[in-house]
Design a protein around this ligand. Sequence first.
Ligand code: HEC
Ligand code: HEC
Length: 272
Amino acid sequence: MRITFGLGAAALVLVLGAAGADGPGETPREIPPGPLGDVIRLGETLVQETATHPMTKPYVGNALNCTSCHLANGTDPEAGTFLGTATAYPAYSPREGRVLTLEDRILNCFMRSCHGVRPPLGSEPSVAIAAYITWLSAGQPLRMNPKRPAGPGAIRPLGLAAESADAERGKALYAENCADCHADDGRGRKENPPVWGDRSYNQGAGLANTPQLAAWLKVAMPLDDPHLTEQEALDVAAYVNSHDRPAFRLEDHLPPDDKLGEYNAAADAPGR
Ligand code: HEC
Ligand code: HEC
């Protein structure tokens, strides 16, 4: 009896592993059945189609989707990974001076990276994205972060001083490595999003900080072939961030006070 069961479980793990959804050492992920699974799938779609999906479009003020920076819907192990992210929350955030939940952290990316309005806490898109990102940590132990709101896979800072950035060198590197996709004027082209200008991330976004952009570029760009040295990543980051992009004024990005949070229950719920 026991042996049969053990073999069955091993075979199941093998089958799930072959599906390629998991990195080494991770617990196999399976979408749970029922409404929770539906919400997780919705969250994945919203991460991919943030700027165009009817549920999130009203909250996005530029051309970016979450997956524009959290590559492969957050399943890239390095470039803005969501793998393991949920294990770090609630986490203390020096920027907000508060302990943030994962949902808070998600909504802040709407205001800054997506240059939009913070969706209400407990709203359908907020819950769906939180469910998707949490599902990507299924089976992992909690590792709450008392220093900053960042998961165990968060992008590692480069070992270079910001002052050593040279935007002139970055200009040549951009022409050679980036302009084919993002265009000479940084406005993007087809599925390649704008990297500066009024349709890109605003000055309150993480990537507007040049060392942070450099650290992300090092593991993310050029797409499918990130090969820049640390110095090159810093130089091209300085060039990209030397251009105009929207200013960030917090009050422009918060919903009215009465819409900050919602009573999270369905209209026909038995509890109403
Ligand atoms: C312009 C790029 C960009 C876009 C678009 C973007 N993000 Fe982010 N996001 C970042 C960066 C950079 C960080 C890391 C900030 C840091 O190092 O503290 C981050 C951090 C996060 C974190 C915390 C990760 C961790 O390790 O704890 C979450 C969750 C998150 N983003 C969710 C989202 C969601 C959901 C969307 C879409 C609504 C989104 N982001 C859109 C750049 C972006
Ligand atoms: C082969 C095309 C390609 C090349 C080359 C490329 N990128 Fe990208 N880049 C993309 C795509 C596509 C995305 C969005 C990712 C997605 O949707 O999967 C992106 C996302 C970005 C983003 C985050 C989103 C935004 O628009 O702000 C930045 C910043 C960026 N790239 C900068 C660069 C820089 C700098 C280089 C050169 C070192 C570069 N890219 C090279 C295709 C490319």
